[in-house]
Design a protein around this ligand. Structure first.
Ligand SMILES: Cc1cc2nc3c(=O)[nH]c(=O)nc-3n(C[C@H](O)[C@H](O)[C@H](O)COP(=O)(O)OP(=O)(O)OC[C@H]3O[C@@H](n4cnc5c(N)ncnc54)[C@H](O)[C@@H]3O)c2cc1C
Length: 392
């Protein structure tokens, strides 16, 4: 463990372990992930933070000296500053179909904190005043139509997600008289697309339409390259004006979104879950932490069988399948039956004493340490942050 943290024990010489975890940023720079060492009660426990994202530097798709002459447009709605997997796939579809003189432009309704280059976009226009929390279809359509008029994209890619994307895409199809539209697209390549899948069969095939509404998993969002990742502020300002004019017509009254407490939410719908396994001894501390984080509570089967949690909290093959953006697992080994229930979770953070536990291997961030110590420290930090926020 000492070696993993780069500390020479015997001679007091500080050594850097060349195999330390690292991530690669959009510019291809390698960043070592720092950890913190601390001896526990037994003198053996150490806290080691491991990142699982050992990526290699990716090339930028468009050569630096190329001035693009064509454009593909991807459109997405963000949720709390991030694009979900389905939206990422729509951007990836544009990036995968773009040739070496075509730029990929991404229009995002809502805030965006994601790495634009990693999404595969060359230029990005963000309209933070819209997004999944606002119902403003006319305003969004006005902004999108204005952008299409300026850029003349060959194709527009939108996730067919049953909510804002589907609505906007169909409105665009109805408004653009000359444009062709394909909905429920389940397969796509440069030669054409297939729509609707039933019993393993496609219902229809056609050439690439102007407006393409993609079903989830039609495209793999893991791209082998990066986009240029530029932000187009001037375009954002112009589109905001176009959208604002349409919004003033006030055809709809937006009733807004109500935020439910995580404890009232079904686990399947929760976006942030903290989950306990057999390694959690202090259930009161665990519940206090979940409460302070406003996260939904989940548990492994062993923790449920022990009577620490009710059966409806069990996650896994014989429990619930969850798809949270963040899944924070304390003292869960990561048995295959448990992992089955979290396969759709986006970011998994695992705390475990055992660095070789399957849960640590599955996690995007693994913390080797005692669950009780980590929970207490985290609760302390959350309370301090909350108090500071209230005081300011
Ligand atoms: C048919 C079938 C269906 C099943 N369905 C499910 C299911 O739906 N869901 C499910 O979860 N399981 C299910 N299981 C059970 C599954 O195989 C595992 O037994 C179970 O998931 C283990 O739970 P656990 O990881 O909490 O406990 P353990 O296997 O006991 O692991 C505890 C982990 O906590 C760590 N640890 C211990 N102390 C600490 C500490 N102080 N701090 C930090 N870490 C610590 C340990 O290193 C270990 O990795 C099923 C099994 C079968 C056969």
């Amino acid at each position: 463990m000492d070696v993993a943290m780069g500390i020479g024990k015997n001679k007091g010489i500080r050594r850097i372990d060349p195999r330390r975890p690292f991530t690669v940023n959009a510019g291809g720079l390698k960043r070592i992930v720092l950890g913190e060492v601390g001896a526990g009660d037994d003198g053996r426990r150490r806290l080691l933070i491991q990142s699982q994202s050992h990526q290699t530097a990716k090339p930028v798709r468009l050569a630096a000296d190329v001035a693009p002459v064509k454009c593909l447009l991807a459109v997405a709605h963000s949720d709390r500053g991030t694009l979900d997997e389905h939206a990422r796939q729509a951007v990836a579809a544009a990036a995968l179909l773009a040739d070496d003189v075509t730029e990929v432009v991404l229009l995002v309704f809502g805030d965006l904190n994601d790495d634009i280059a990693a999404l595969g976009a060359d230029r990005c226009i963000v309209l933070p005043q819209y997004g999944n929390h606002v119902f403003a279809p006319e305003a969004e359509l006005a902004a999108l139509s204005s952008l299409i008029e300026q850029l003349q994209p060959a194709h527009v890619f939108i996730p067919d997600n049953g909510i804002a994307g589907s609505d906007l895409g169909r409105r665009l199809g109805a408004a653009a008289a000359d444009a062709s539209i394909a909905t429920c697209v389940v397969e796509i390549d440069k030669t054409g697309l297939a729509a609707y899948r039933q019993q393993g069969q496609f219902l229809a095939r056609r050439s690439l339409a102007n407006i393409i509404l993609l079903e989830i998993d039609a495209v793999d969002a893991r791209l082998p390259f990066l986009g240029r990742g530029q932000v187009a502020d001037k375009l954002s300002a112009a589109l905001a004006v176009a959208a604002g004019a349409a919004a003033s017509a006030k055809a709809f009254l937006d009733l807004g979104c109500k935020t439910m407490a995580a404890s009232q939410m079904e686990l399947e719908e929760a976006d942030f879950i903290v989950s306990a396994g057999n390694g959690v001894e202090d259930v009161v501390l665990f519940n206090s932490l979940a409460n302070a984080l406003d996260a939904a509570v989940g548990a492994s089967r062993v923790a449920v069988d022990d009577g620490k949690f009710k059966r409806d909290k069990q996650i896994g093959a014989t429990g619930k399948t969850v798809s949270a953006s963040a899944y924070l697992a304390f003292g869960i080994s990561g048995a295959v039956q448990h992992l089955q229930g979290i396969k759709d979770c986006r970011h998994v953070i695992a705390v475990n004493l055992d660095a070789s536990a399957p849960m640590i291997k599955r996690a995007d961030l693994g913390i080797i340490g005692d669950a009780q110590e980590l929970m207490a420290a985290l609760l302390d930090q959350v309370r301090q942050a909350r108090n500071a926020a209230v005081a300011s």
